[in-house]
Design a binder for this molecule. Structure first.
Ligand SMILES: [Ca+2]
Ligand SMILES: [Ca+2]
Ligand SMILES: [Ca+2]
Length: 358
């Protein structure tokens, strides 16, 4: 399902030129919400991509992805170019461009940069100027650009934007006075960006995404750049997919050189997916090899489900407590620790939220 990004000319250069002249620890925090902190991810290639195992249910609470992306390893030599992505996609889809040119399986940060050779070179000595370096956008379909933004409304001129293009080094004294020019935020970025992506579901299959970069919300001007705040800001986009089963993924694709990107200080906050008891039985059968243990656990889950169906929640909860005890006793023995932790979390969720069980 993974399709690689094909080299594609940036269409945003015109507006940026216009701007020149104008300007692993799990920490439960509440009954449902979880914060996951992950080790830094460094990708190199060529092509390299992956995902985190956790499955998130955006219908239960917003999902917030916080990380720093370091783009200093992207190579700007003639003939070399690369893109990176970090976001969420529905379980079962690929880890780079989960969909291509059509939405349907999530939303992610896509990074790009000016196609001029040596674009990351410093400004001429003593002549700082606003120039194009890094571009960061939300994407819900591989290969698509900022024209996909549609919140609060579709920008009539997607090329007139704020907090989409960034300059790694300085600007001149007049450019520094332009609205939206912020030292160490939109210019003098050094090629690293603090990103926060916030996802909110509007149904089981649709949601809304917003992103801040170095703390700045993104925006679009109507109809063209003018002094003052962007007219459509914060700007975001609707997206589609299975909101109950989203996984975070990351990827790099580049050519013409060995490129690297790193994602650091990764934190994801949201509600982990909880399957029904019936779905959990299937998972146990697929992931625990000792048949006696599988039979014992499934028997308990069958009994608990029967009690839930009769409305006997206390009895069901007692059975689930026995289930938890059995899993804990076998954790690291006949049940791998990560699978045991997941089963315990699910059983605790069924006890607390019986509507999730059946
Ligand atoms: Ca440049
Ligand atoms: Ca620059
Ligand atoms: Ca510059």
């Amino acid at each position: 399902m993974t399709k690689l990004n094909k080299p594609r000319k940036l269409v945003s250069i015109a507006i940026a030129l216009g701007m020149v002249f104008t300007s692993l620890a799990i920490m439960p925090i509440a009954a449902e919400e979880t914060i996951m902190n992950y080790s830094d991810i460094s990708l190199s290639g060529g092509f390299q991509a992956g995902n985190f195992e956790e499955v998130w249910d955006i219908t239960k609470s917003d999902l917030v992805l916080t990380f720093t992306v370091d783009l200093n390893g992207m190579v700007d030599d003639s003939g070399a170019h690369a893109w990176s992505e970090f976001g969420v996609r529905t379980v079962g889809y690929g880890n780079f461009n989960p969909t291509w040119e059509v939405e349907g399986a999530g939303v992610w940060l896509a990074t790009d940069y000016d196609w001029s050779a040596n674009t990351f070179d410093p400004d001429p000595l003593g002549i700082p100027t606003l120039d194009l370096d890094d571009k960061l956008i939300l994407q819900k379909a591989g290969g698509c650009g900022e024209g996909d933004y549609n919140l609060p409304s579709i920008p009539p001129n997607p090329l007139a934007n704020h907090a989409v293009w960034f300059d790694r080094d300085g600007v001149d004294q007049w450019q520094a006075l332009n609205w939206g020019a912020i030292d160490n935020v939109t210019y003098n970025t050094g090629g690293t960006y603090d990103v926060i992506i916030t996802l909110h579901s509007t149904s089981d299959t649709s949601g809304e995404a917003y992103m801040t970069i170095n703390g700045r919300p993104q925006g679009f001007y109507v109809p063209n750049w003018h002094s003052g705040p962007a007219d459509l800001m914060p700007a975001g986009m609707t997206f589609t997919g299975d909101m109950k089963q989203m996984q975070a993924f990351y990827g790099l694709y580049g050519d013409g050189a060995v490129h690297t990107v790193s994602f650091e200080n990764i934190e994801i906050e949201g509600t982990l997916y909880v399957p029904s008891i019936n779905e959990a039985k299937e998972y146990i059968g697929d992931n625990i090899s000792h048949q006696g243990i599988v039979n014992g656990l499934i028997a308990k889950l069958n009994a608990a489900a029967k009690q839930f169906e009769k409305g006997e929640e206390n009895t069901a909860n007692n059975i689930l407590m026995a289930f938890i005890n059995e899993v804990e006793a076998q954790k690291g023995k006949k049940i791998p620790p990560d699978i045991a932790d997941k089963l315990i979390r699910w059983a605790e969720a069924w006890i607390e939220y019986p509507e999730l069980a059946i």
